[in-house]
Design a protein around this ligand. Structure first.
Ligand code: SF4
Ligand code: SF4
Ligand code: SF4
Length: 350
């Protein structure tokens, strides 16, 4: 199908939305509620575009392209409508970017900047009293919630838990667990995907208050916890990992489980971490630090003795799924060639 976006001829497949067609062509249309494949409620109205022959503006995220459509994404009418939508969103948002943990990494703030709107100028000055929700890992601040429902859709469609939903109506609207039960005792499994997909500071990981966006660098890596191979960014401040965020990898598409997001970095600087091999003193029974050469010689000597006395079948090697493919390959190679045994496996296989 052929359409024209801002006068440029674009070819798209039938069923493609105006938003996707524009993005494929490198044309920017702002969104706050839209999340591809997860949330398409078309509530923020920021993606409105003008189509020739149509009286009303159309939401690009929910309108499929039609043959010959002529679309304008940045006409004066479109810009004016987006500015009005932003002011309406801000009317129920208690903006104070200076003290907000999301400052510098907030999608609402970024769109406001794009359209020359100060969040504090149009933000609600004193929101109706609503209680914050706490969780061992997360905080929900209703005064910052723009009710885009990205968190709700993420929990339902991406995480598959349905732990949170939209409760109450009008100004009292709030994101909460069914029947308002405790977040920590609900179906929530603490994955934090809702926080990662929240475009504002409304749901954040609690540790997020300890750094600001401009203080950190991000290092792409693979989650060390299991064999799924989720991609993640380590968030590093002053040489220390202070947070983790899901990155877009083929097996995780930006999502993480609780282990990847909250159980994969605290141990790095733990004083309890074992940093040298330990060898048990046969006289006292206590483990004592040793250097690597001594420890490896001892282990090799014991394995060799077992193999020579009982045969290779007495030995086995079981690799950990947290290891890399290369390390796991090396382990099975050692088992087959040094132990003379085929007793080797990997817990990732099960
Ligand atoms: S959520 Fe965004 S716009 Fe709102 S106060 Fe925080 S940084 Fe500012
Ligand atoms: S942390 Fe995960 S399971 Fe809990 S509410 Fe958020 S998305 Fe749902
Ligand atoms: S908590 Fe965040 S993601 Fe959820 S509805 Fe509010 S602003 Fe949207």
């Amino acid at each position: 199908m052929v359409q024209f976006i801002n006068g440029t001829e674009i070819f798209t497949e039938e069923g493609t939305t105006v938003l996707k067609a524009a993005r494929n062509a490198g044309i920017h249309i702002p969104t706050l509620c839209y999340l591809e494949g997860i949330n398409d409620v078309a509530s923020c109205r920021l993606c409105v575009v003008e189509a020739e022959g149509e009286d009303a503006l159309l939401t690009a995220c929910s309108t499929p392209v039609r043959e010959g459509m002529e679309i304008h994404t940045d006409s004066p009418r479109v810009i004016s409508a987006r500015r009005a939508a932003l002011k309406l969103i801000l009317a129920s948002h208690e903006a104070n970017c200076f003290i907000c943990p999301k400052n510098g990494d907030c999608e609402l703030q970024a769109v406001c900047r794009e359209y020359g709107i100060e969040p504090e100028q149009y933000g609600r000055k004193s929101a109706p009293e609503k209680t914050r929700r706490f969780h061992p890992f997360l905080t929900y601040r209703p005064e910052l919630c723009i009710h885009c429902e990205r968190c709700v859709s993420t929990c339902e469609k991406a995480t598959g838990r349905k732990a949170i939903g939209r409760g109450r109506a009008g100004l009292a609207a709030i994101i909460e667990t069914p029947f308002g039960e405790g977040w920590d005792t609900s179906l929530c499994e603490s994955c934090g995907n809702c926080a990662q997909n929240c475009p504002t500071g409304a749901i954040i990981e609690r540790r997020r208050t300890k750094y600001r966006a401009w203080e950190v660098t991000k290092v792409r890596t693979t989650c060390p916890h299991c064999a799924v191979g989720c991609q993640m960014n380590l968030v590093v401040k002053d040489g220390r990992v202070v947070d983790v965020e899901g990155a877009d990898g083929p097996s995780n598409r930006g999502l993480l489980c609780v282990k990847g997001r909250s159980g994969s970095f605290d141990f790095i600087d733990s004083p309890e971490r074992i940093r040298t091999p330990l060898i048990k003193n046969p006289e006292t029974g206590a483990f004592e630090p040793a250097d690597w050469d001594t420890a490896l010689d001892l282990v090799a000597e014991k394995f060799t003795a077992i193999r020579n006395t009982y045969g290779g079948e007495a030995l086995a090697g079981f690799a950990c799924s947290r290891s890399t493919n290369e390390d796991i390959y090396m382990l099975q190679k050692m088992v087959r060639t040094a132990f003379n045994s085929n007793n080797t496996d990997n817990c990732a296989r099960v």
